[in-house]
Design a protein around this ligand. Structure first.
Ligand code: F6R
Length: 587
């Protein structure tokens, strides 16, 4: 959700920042800009469009210190003027987050002044210029004291060496190089650039020069933050011959499941301890992470017979939730930075719940607040749409549910063991081109299933709508006749997921109801009788038979590929869907 990048050292700042922004583009891609300190003058370029729009404009920007931004608009439409950096006097700033009191600050300090943009961010540059008395750090601390909301800010001053960063809410990682230093919103920007990194805490301000990094708390007292080896590698950013990150990442589903299943053994005892005496579990997250929580609810209730609810984090945090000392909250987030999910976890902690984070990001905000962290080992996910991280989340949540039920980690790991190979079989062989064509031509596509298949239906629907823009809904198959059936006609496609034998017959009834209203239907199934029954009448995709509870690992891959292929047929960019960004760090 907006990416910021800063560099100071002996290299060409413009090029280094530009390359870093390209790697952060999954966080927003409606406009971009870069400022470079050229002697004691700041030069800025910014443009509507993707980072590549800056490529031809950097020729005259010679200097060893620069900051840059790739934007996902919150305040002010995507435009050249609203693109960052924003400049005032000797300052240039980039900002990720939302300044909630920007209009009050404008009215209080600048009622007579014109602003060049409609953003909430420009006021930061103006305030710095107003309060600057020769010391960048103290001006920045004073400005941060006035800001309400969330921010990761990088600031360059024409009168100082290097640049400064400040953060609250939004994340900032510092990269330590040799005679050069970096700051970025996320680790992929720093892959291959530096060996060590440190994550800033809320309220921190850091001053970076070529020779070192000084970190202060909000009272400008020097603080030390843990420096760890940089986990991001250039290999994470390779496409490895794939045309898109989405396809690459779907093909990495087997590895995500395998690594997550094996790594759970290291945290099992902490999960057990945290869950002692728990009599209610709430699983919370947003989007795909919430959808994996739908599967987890079924696991926990069925295996451990403990009441469980899946709650959308943005709802949970504002509903005055009922939490007792015996409630456990499982917060699920690929990025570990999603504002709603982190705030929901913090609220649950403050109300006395035990909080378990299930995340793909080991140094994220979520990991720093949770009691226990269960790693999702999906590896760096760059495509905006979540794929392999969903598989990793379902794997981790399944193992947590089995721990709650008293099963051994070995037995859970053994049940999951065949799944990487089953998923690899799907990614390499499943033929769903015809179904993708049906979806691409459809007026609306419905994803339907019962029980655990319903959880997957929700995820299939989200994936299709977000990258192909085909209107879509996920629905419990039994509910079809209570309303949604009214929408079914020859222009619609209903995709049924039928993996459980016990409810297969009931779900087949719903397929018949669609067909008899002339709706087009597809059936994704591992139940032989169901496949046989609908061959010739519906588009049948047969998937391998497997443990019933873990069928989402297999069926979700078919649905991910379906979304991908539909998006390509409609000429959409599957990696960067319109209006979206990864890591939603604002409300
Ligand atoms: C869908 C998708 C989003 C995210 C959601 C939560 O493909 O990627 O719905 O799942 O924004 O993000 P995380 O998991 O980072 O908290």
């Amino acid at each position: 959700m907006c990416g910021i990048m800063g560099y100071t050292g002996g290299g060409a700042a413009a090029k280094i920042v530009y390359d870093g922004l390209k790697r952060l583009e999954y966080r927003g891609y409606d406009s971009a800009g870069i400022s470079v300190l050229c002697g004691n003058e700041i030069k800025t370029v910014k443009r509507l469009g993707r980072v590549s729009a800056l490529g031809g404009l950097l020729g005259k920007m010679h200097g060893g210190t620069g900051i840059g931004h790739t934007r996902w608009a919150t305040h002010g439409k995507p435009s050249d003027e609203n693109a960052h950096p924003h400049n005032a006097g000797v300052f240039s700033i980039v900002h990720n987050g939302i300044i909630e009191n920007y209009s009050q600050l404008k009215a209080e300090y600048f009622s007579d002044e014109n602003f060049l943009s409609d953003t909430d961010s420009e006021v930061i540059a103006k305030l710095l210029d107003k309060f600057y008395d020769g010391d960048l750090t103290s001006a920045l601390a004073r400005v941060c004291g006035l800001l309400r909301g969330s921010y990761a800010i990088a600031v360059m001053c024409a009168k100082s060496d290097g640049f400064a960063v400040a953060k609250r809410g939004s994340s900032v990682v510092i990269g330590y190089g040799e005679n050069e230093n970096f700051a970025a919103s996320d680790l992929p920007a720093l892959a291959g650039l530096c060996k060590n990194v440190a994550v800033l805490n809320d309220g921190d301000i850091a001053l970076l020069t070529a020779n070192g990094v000084a970190i202060f708390d909000e009272n400008l007292q020097g603080v030390i933050r843990e420096i760890v080896p940089n986990p991001a590698t250039p290999a994470d950013l390779e496409l490895n011959g794939n045309p898109h990150y989405m396809l690459k990442e779907i093909r990495e589903v087997p590895a995500a499941i395998e690594r997550t299943r094996l790594s759970y053994a290291y945290v099992e005892s902490s999960v057990k301890k945290a869950m002692e005496g728990v009599d209610r579990v709430i699983i919370t997250g947003c989007g795909t992470a919430y959808n994996s929580g739908l599967a987890a609810k079924r696991y926990i209730e069925s295996f451990a017979r403990i009441p469980a609810e899946a709650e959308i984090a943005g709802e949970f945090r504002y509903k005055n939730p009922v939490i007792t000392p015996n409630t456990a909250v499982i917060a699920v987030s690929q990025s570990g930075e999603t504002a709603d999910t982190v705030e929901a976890a913090e609220l649950a902690l403050s109300l006395g719940a035990k909080v378990i984070a299930v995340t793909n990001s080991p140094y994220s905000r979520l990991t720093r607040c949770a009691d226990v962290v269960v790693p999702v080992e999906a590896g760096c996910e760059i495509c905006v749409a979540a794929t392999k991280s969903y598989s990793g989340q379902v794997t981790a949540l399944y193992m947590i549910a089995r721990t709650l039920a008293g099963s051994s980690v070995q037995s859970s790991a053994e049940i999951i063991a065949p799944f990487p190979a089953l998923c690899a079989q799907i990614t390499e062989s499943e033929d769903i081109d015809g179904l993708a064509d049906m979806c691409a031509r459809s007026y609306g596509t419905y994803f339907l299933g019962r029980d655990i298949d319903y959880a997957v239906a929700q995820e299939g629907s989200l994936k299709l709508k977000e990258i192909s823009y085909v209107p879509s809904e996920g629905y419990p198959a039994g509910e079809l006749k209570h309303g949604t059936l009214a929408l079914i006609d020859i222009r619609t496609v209903s995709v049924f997921i039928i993996t459980g034998k016990s409810l297969a017959g009931k779900c087949a009834n719903a397929v018949e109801q669609v067909l008899s209203r002339k709706g087009k239907a597809a059936v994704i199934t591992n139940v032989a009788e169901v496949a046989e029954r609908f061959k010739g009448r519906a588009y049948v995709v047969e998937i391998p038979s497997c443990d019933e509870w873990l069928s989402p690992l297999v069926s979700s891959v078919v649905l991910q590929l379906l979304a991908y292929k539909t998006a390509l047929l409609l000429d959409r960019d599957p990696d960067k869907p319109r209006n979206l960004a990864k890591s939603v760090t604002v409300e």
